[in-house]
Ligand binder design. Structure first.
Ligand code: BES
Ligand code: MN
Ligand code: ZN
Length: 486
């Protein structure tokens, strides 16, 4: 099952003496070779690059035989564009490094000898390298090859930064693994089993509420969506609660293991990527695991709202009315607006513990993609928490944008038979979904809603992101938890 390099570590050995298949250095566009190597070696390398007209354009890379005095078998030079200092744009550096490891097609040991003036640079190289080296190999007969070993050459004092980056990368790749698994095998029960397994050996408690429990205890959203599938819904509560924690962050993840639309069936093309409709739950779970692995001093709970949205004979119908946990009733006008129903139950459940902040993460609307595209996540919610999520995203290198809740949109959800209906008009669809969720947020709860419909999955690989699940927004959430823990 390991889909990432087996070993990721820091080393303060001299770069010229490291025995790796590939020693990686950088080159600024039409500029200097950036390498932790002796001047004479850099000079020889520069000559070799000039001879083949390698300019160091951003995203380019070339491999040459190792110059004399270098123990590695070969040297790869990656173009990092027109940089003054590597630490000026850490996200670009992650992308360039990740582009390189994403392109590897052999099982090789790779050592990075790019200068690391700061801990952040060492961490960025580590994160980019591991994320780009990710391969999803569980269902192919011939494994896609990748780096078997990644070493980041850096000062001893930056060893911890490399280890932290490794843990953050594992959070991202763990979420990718879940998103990439076919829905034949990943459904609510197996998802719950999987995260329960992953909780063992960590200071994480997992509680699984099954379909019968949900039906009998008022979780009308999860029950309503889940009833159209032969494989019933689950709600999973994960808890990481270090004794000294002063703050409590609750994450609520949309975990639709497959979204066919239900009776409001999607057209075939729109269904193609719908195994990824559990990306929010995957991100919530793996954020919590990473926070536990980092040993952050903050209580985190993750509520995974797991259901399969299918059009079985027992499926909920348009015009049914369901009762969300806590008593609000919702008229179903479109069974394809299912995410908000399962999240409503999860949000109400999460608030019972009185957390300081609630964040829900969901592949909620096609409108998110129309508004912001495939790479930029939409963030809504209460003012302070929305802003804090955006700060955490900037800090971690993920792309987000804050979105408003215009008052007039609430009218879309007026229902003649219930407290509200679950879908309105097309306009402002991303905002509308957020406004629907807001109905289940208590006065005074600090809350953010993160719509990752586009960014959670990609069919066109780029930078450190291969095809498939991206693991967005795990890094933002870890950073949010980290800054809250201070
Ligand atoms: N899972 C989809 C949203 C989605 C679309 C995610 C494309 C990723 C890519 C969600 O459940 C959905 O179907 N939303 C509807 C809502 C509408 C019926 C109000 C949509 O966006 O069309
Ligand atoms: Mn849907
Ligand atoms: Zn959905």
């Amino acid at each position: 099952m390991p889909t990432v390099p087996l070993s990721v570590s820091a080393s303060n050995a001299s770069a010229s003496k490291v025995k790796a298949d590939i020693l990686v250095v950088a080159k600024a566009h039409n500029g200097a070779v950036l390498a932790e190597l002796d001047k004479s070696v850099v000079k020889e390398l520069t000559g070799a690059l000039d001879a083949i007209d390698f300019a160091g354009k951003a995203g380019s890379a070339v491999r040459v035989a190792a110059p004399k005095g270098v123990s590695a078998k070969s040297v790869a030079v990656i173009g990092v564009g027109e940089v003054e200092k590597l630490e000026d744009d850490l996200e670009k550096l992650r992308q360039h490094v990740g582009s390189f490891t994403r392109g590897l097609d052999a099982e090789v040991s790779v050592a990075f000898a790019i200068p690391t003036p700061t801990a952040e640079v060492a961490a960025a190289i580590t994160l980019g390298a591991v994320l780009g080296a990710y391969r999803y190999n569980d269902y192919v007969s011939e494994k896609k090859k990748t780096a078997s070993e990644i070493t980041v050459i850096t000062a001893k004092k930056f060893k911890d930064a490399v280890e932290e980056a490794r843990i953050i990368a594992s959070g991202v790749t763990g979420a990718r693994d879940l998103v990439n698994q076919p829905p034949l095998d990943l459904y609510p029960e197996t998802f719950a089993n999987r995260v329960s397994e992953l909780s063992k050996g960590r200071k994480v408690k997992a509680t699984v509420y099954d379909a019968k429990y949900l039906e009998e205890n008022g979780y009308g959203g999860l029950h309503g969506v889940g009833r159209g599938s032969a494989r019933g819904p689950r709600l999973v509560k994960l808890e990481y609660s270090p004794k000294k924690a002063e703050k409590h962050l609750a994450l609520v993840g949309k975990g639709i293991t497959f979204d066919s639309g239900g009776l409001s069936l999607k057209p075939a093309q729109s269904m193609e990527e719908m195994k990824s409709d559990m990306g929010g739950a995957a991100a919530a779970a793996h954020t919590l695991f990473a926070v536990a692995d980092l040993g952050l001093n903050i209580k985190v709970t993750a509520w995974l709202c797991l259901a399969e949205n299918m059009p079985d004979g027992n499926a909920q119908r348009p015009s049914d009315v369901v009762t969300i946990l806590g008593g609000k009733t919702v008229e179903i006008t479109n069974t394809d607006a299912e995410g908000r129903l399962v999240l409503a139950d999860g949000l109400v459940a999460a608030q019972k513990d009185n957390p300081d902040v609630v964040i829900d993460i969901a592949t909620l609307t096609g409108a998110q993609i129309v508004a912001l595209g495939k790479r930029t996540t939409g963030v809504m919610g209460t003012e302070v928490t929305r802003a804090n999520v955006c700060v955490a995203a900037d800090e971690s290198g993920e792309q987000v944008w804050p979105m408003p809740f215009p008052e007039e949109i609430r009218e879309q959800f007026r229902s003649a038979t219930a407290d509200l209906k679950n879908s309105g008009t097309r306009e402002g669809g991303m905002l509308a979904a957020g406004i629907f969720l807001k109905e289940f947020i208590e006065e005074g709860t600090e809350w953010a809603h993160i719509d990752i419909a586009g960014p959670s999955f990609t069919t066109s690989p780029w930078g450190y992101t291969p095809e498939g699940g991206t693991g967005v927004p795990v890094r933002t959430l870890i950073e949010f938890a980290r800054s809250m823990s201070k």
